[in-house]
Design a protein around this ligand. Sequence first.
Ligand code: ADP
Length: 189
Amino acid sequence: MRIVFFGAPGSGKGTQAAILKNTFGIPHISTGDLLRGHVARCTELGRKAKAVMEAGQLVSDDLVLGMLEDRLAEADAKPGFILDGYPRNLIQADALGALLARIGQPLDIVIKLNVPNEAILERCAKRFAEQGRKDDDPEVVRGRLAVYAEQTAPVAAFYTRAGKLVEIDGVGELASVTARILAAVESAA
Ligand code: ADP
């Protein structure tokens, strides 16, 4: 099963992907987590990405694609994966299509979690208080929502045309959202 989780920052992609990876026994690959790992380890990529991430902007397409390609080449991703945080613009969507075609692993489904901006601002403010992620600062979140609207949201139409997009209401109890996602994945399988 090859799944992309799609949606605004704070829409619950990471939370739901972490739950579903156990259900399906496939890895949860979050480009945000991978990038934060590089920042924490002070790798060359991490040094390049840090300021961009803290400002809520997108890290360059080439850097993220190279990192993702390496991750998808690992053995645990052979039976499938849940991708979270990629693609974030149309260039990345094209690059992902080409990469997956090359490795013979086309996507099964793209799940878009719909959450209104007011709820997102609340969730990120809470996460900022709990975890102190610099890009969860309310001012930065507003900027990330703008980046999402301008660059990432158009990717949804790309996957609608490909017949892969399923929209899910991301508001409500965590378990209810998980149940909606599972139902969508089962009907796509
Ligand atoms: P969220 O889903 O809450 O926005 P992420 O952990 O997915 O948070 O991403 C955090 C930051 O990492 C992004 O704001 C961006 O700077 C960087 N990032 C993650 N994925 C990508 C990507 N596919 N392309 C470019 N930058 C990315």
